[in-house]
Ligand binder design. Structure first.
Ligand code: BTN
Length: 318
């Protein structure tokens, strides 16, 4: 990142923190005011303020929801931040002797949220759920590829719990509603040997639908178009529980025990897909995933190719 970008991010973090603490910030120029509005802040007279009509995150509610169900033996250590560059980055910064397993960071907004392939993840204030969870998994490096699929299944379960049944997963880790992307998963591997240490980052659109589409210039889905308000805190608790439960199950039984669920959620099955890796392009029909999480693609000549989640991009025809 350039010095200018670092300075700009540091300034933006200070401005956002000022707004969370004092309730407002007077922009120094019209251009600055417009720029701040792209992060979901609102102009009220001459002051930038937090948007109204938002369900802000409530740490006590989220922790209580985890205690109520009582299924997680060790309550995760949850940190709720107002504004960060990236929740994954916050957890990665916190790597210390005691590790990051069981540590969770949530933020009301990210100013430099990270997506796959070095893309940005747009997380305007209060209108996205940005959450990162640290985990240590006693599995071998062969299992790495399946982890984001397991997390996707956990996120889909949390969305089901909101009463939404149209959720699907696009291999390896896009969460879809009605064939549009509602969320994504970014797994940062901290240690790739046994035990595996990872930071799992999940971003979901909750209420920012049309403004998000304008900023990222692509159609997206929004959870609030599919269920009643408010859901952000409930969903946060449910994601934390489902992700840690799924990781525990994965640790014991591997991805094999998730195959049935994956098949039920698989948005690509029997669709024509094009997978591009750094070295080649494969066109074929998606035929589900293997026990280790690779995508199976059947090409014209009847051969099945296995694709690892790594650095591939994937297009498909509905
Ligand atoms: C993708 O679809 O490209 C993955 C998007 C992942 C975004 C989440 S938001 C919380 C966490 N922090 C980040 O910087 N990225 C992930």
């Amino acid at each position: 990142m350039s010095i200018e970008a670092l300075e700009q991010n540091a300034r933006l973090l200070r401005i956002c923190e000022c707004i969370f603490e004092t309730g407002e910030y007077i922009a120094s120029t019209v251009v600055e005011a417009e720029w701040l509005q792209t992060f979901g802040l609102e102009l009220q007279g001459s002051a930038l303020v937090l948007p109204s009509g938002i369900e802000y995150l409530d740490q006590e509610f989220i922790e209580q929801s985890l205690r109520d169900v009582g299924v997680i033996s060790n309550l995760p250590h949850i940190q709720l931040k107002n504004c960060v560059e990236s929740t994954n980055q916050e957890l990665l910064k916190a790597i210390s002797d005691e590790g990051i397993a069981g540590k969770v960071v949530l933020a009301e907004m990210q100013i430099a949220g990270r997506g796959r392939f070095g893309r940005n993840w747009y997380s305007p204030v209060g209108r996205n759920l940005a959450i990162s969870l640290g985990a240590r998994i006693a599995r071998t490096p062969d299992d790495l590829g399946a982890i984001s699929l397991v997390v996707g299944i956990a996120v889909a379960s949390a969305i089901h719990e909101l009463g939404i049944d149209v959720v699907a997963l696009k291999w390896p880790n896009d969460v879809l509603l009605g064939n549009r992307k509602v969320g994504g998963i970014l797994v940062d591997v901290v240690q790739a040997t046994t035990p595996i240490d990872i930071v799992v980052g999940i971003g979901l659109n909750v209420g920012g639908g049309s403004s998000t589409e304008k900023i990222i210039d692509r159609p997206v889905a929004d959870l609030l178009d599919y269920c009643g308000f408010p859901i952000r805190n409930k969903l946060a608790g449910s994601i934390i529980r489902n992700v840690y439960e799924s990781i525990d199950k994965f640790e014991i039984s591997g991805f094999r025990s998730f195959l049935e669920k994956w098949n039920a959620l698989d948005a690509l099955r029997d669709k024509t897909v094009t997978v591009s890796t750094s070295s080649n392009v494969i066109n074929g029909i998606a035929r589900g995933v293997r026990n280790t999480g690779e995508l199976c693609i059947e090409t014209n000549d009847g051969t099945t190719h296995l694709v690892n989640a790594g650095e591939v991009s994937l297009d498909y025809t509905i």
